[in-house]
Design a protein around this ligand. Structure first.
Ligand SMILES: Cc1ncc(COP(=O)(O)O)c(C=O)c1O
Length: 410
């Protein structure tokens, strides 16, 4: 394999010294996340250089206070999917008027509580949710904006860019939504449709094809239920090239494509709730190597933490790209990279690292700013929780310290 001299373009070389010094002073940490706030800010401002799309941040991707604050200053609004996410966003001083609530598990109690806290935009994912929203709005004398979440399926054999028609609890079919009439929900401003049923899309052409195919069924649905379709929310799904295969989406092309979709659908507003496309790139996960061995001719590394801090590779079969933190001139070798849990699922991938990678070194995983800390399974085997740091204006600041198991065990 080629020499390690080439620094991967997802890594900011300016952090290397800082992280090496950090590692030598914090040996109790089994792994930590670092988010580069200045890089994030620049990226978000670039996403905002357009007037076609109203941007929301899907908080599930990374609910850390400093991340939310950075998105807030860049003019993003917030999509929350639980009471915890709502509390966290409000705690950063964001107005509830800039928050929308998605998710298939909204109870009447939760809807009422959100309304009482000032949330005024909801994505209804079931008929029950719609009835409960109407009741809660009446009880609290408000008239929230409501988008109906639609789940489409394509006829068998027809070209479907999603590659499948798996049934999920996210939203309802057109047929189910057609059982209602907007006029029957006087306490709601039902003014839009929401559709999002794909993940990590990496082709502009496929996304455009997918969005284009949605226009007819969605506009027909709106007509059939007496809705003036003012808002179309296309969710998230904009991908990150975790496998480093050169499949990067062009934001300019997305903006141009969505301008076409917006016009064809005849809507006033087009919304996206970005998760990974907003924050993945700004984050690294750094973790020490605790063992190295050869097993059946395969080089294996065992890390101090694995899917207890970074679950995504186990559920998607896609590793995050990795590099050795220190510099090495040695050529690259394919290592199986495992974590400490007693399951074969605890594998962060088979990835190229310098031949001399050894016990005590640190490995850096890229694109870990999204679906990292809060998506993982931190309690299994009673390891410490990951620490979280931000890096801004040349300074590394701890936001969450690495908590030992005694902190959460009772
Ligand atoms: C309703 C909703 N919107 C947006 C997102 C963000 O998706 P992504 O990270 O692919 O942008 C999600 C992710 O699950 C979601 O459930």
């Amino acid at each position: 394999m080629t020499s390690t001299h080439v620094i991967p373009d997802w890594f900011d070389e300016r952090l290397r010294g800082e992280l090496l010094a950090h590692h030598s002073k914090n040996s109790h940490e089994n792994g930590y996340f670092v988010y580069q706030l200045d890089t994030l800010k620049d990226h978000l401002l670039q996403l905002q250089q357009q007037d076609v799309i109203k941007l929301w941040f899907a908080v599930k991707a990374n609910p850390l206070s400093k991340i939310i604050q950075t998105l807030d200053s860049a003019g993003f609004n917030f999509d929350v999917a639980s009471a915890g996410e709502l509390e966290q966003v409000l705690a950063q001083g964001v107005s509830p008027q800039r928050i929308l609530n998605t998710g298939p598990a909204k109870s009447k109690v939760q809807i009422t509580s959100f309304i009482k806290q000032g949330v005024n935009i909801f994505v209804a994912e079931s008929l029950n949710q719609l009835f409960w929203l109407n009741e809660a709005a009446l009880e609290n004398n408000v008239k929230p904006q409501v988008l109906l979440r639609v789940q489409l399926q394509w006829p068998e054999g027809e070209k479907n860019p999603l590659g499948g028609n798996s049934l999920t609890p996210f939203g309802l079919s057109v047929a189910e939504w057609q059982s209602i009439q907007v006029v029957d929900f006087q306490q709601l401003d039902i003014c839009g449709l929401h559709i999002f049923q794909w993940g990590n899309m990496l082709s502009n052409e496929k996304m455009f094809l997918l969005w284009s195919q949605m226009i007819v069924p969605l506009t027909e649905l709106a007509n059939n239920i007496g809705m003036r379709l003012k808002i179309l929310d296309l969710g998230g799904g904009l991908g990150i090239d975790y496998l480093q295969q050169g499949n990067n989406l062009s934001w300019q092309k997305i903006v141009a494509d969505l301008a076409v979709i917006k016009e064809r659908a005849g809507v006033e507003e087009l919304w996206l709730e970005l998760g990974r496309f907003a924050v993945a790139e700004c984050g690294y996960y750094v973790v020490p190597v605790v063992d190295r061995k050869v097993n059946y001719q395969q080089e294996q590394l065992v890390l101090a933490a694995g899917i207890n801090h970074l679950l995504r590779p186990a559920i998607t079969d896609q590793p995050f790209p990795a590099m050795l933190l220190r510099e090495s001139e040695k050529s690259l070798h394919a290592f199986d990279i495992h974590g400490p849990l007693c399951t074969s699922m605890d594998k962060l991938g088979q990835l190229p690292l310098p031949e001399d990678t050894t016990v005590g070194d640190s490995i850096v995983f890229g694109f870990s700013g999204a679906y990292g800390f809060t998506e993982s399974m931190p309690f299994f085997l009673c390891h410490s929780l990951a620490a979280e740091y931000v890096y801004s204006q040349g300074e590394l600041t701890e936001v969450r310290s690495a908590q030992p198991a005694t902190w959460y065990l009772k």
